[in-house]
Design a binder for this molecule. Structure first.
Ligand SMILES: [Fe+2]
Length: 89
């Protein structure tokens, strides 16, 4: 248990889209398997795969297309608002 970090393991099927959202905690996608196209505010879209990491700063908008997909990732969060839902759109 931790009050300063939260870890999610997520799996998204090929072709799914995780719509644009933002949140207070800093986030790192540690890609365990598969690949996806990341759209991170202020950065060019990029395809990332197993062994790569994508970092999002607090409140940085981001979206993910599971193309080519699918995607399996371990996603640590740290910072304020660990129990607050993301802002979509
Ligand atoms: Fe996120």
């Amino acid at each position: 248990m931790s009050d300063t970090a939260r870890v999610t393991i997520g799996y998204w099927g090929q072709g799914l889209q995780y719509p644009e959202h933002s949140h207070a905690p800093e986030e790192i996608y540690c890609i365990l398997a598969g690949s996806a196209t990341f759209h991170s505010e202020g950065q060019p879209a990029c395809v990332a795969g197993a062994g790569e990491m994508i970092h999002h700063m607090p409140h940085q908008k981001h979206a993910i297309d599971m193309t080519p997909g699918p995607l399996l990732a371990l996603i640590p969060w740290r910072g304020e608002g660990l129990n607050t839902k993301s802002d979509l759109g």
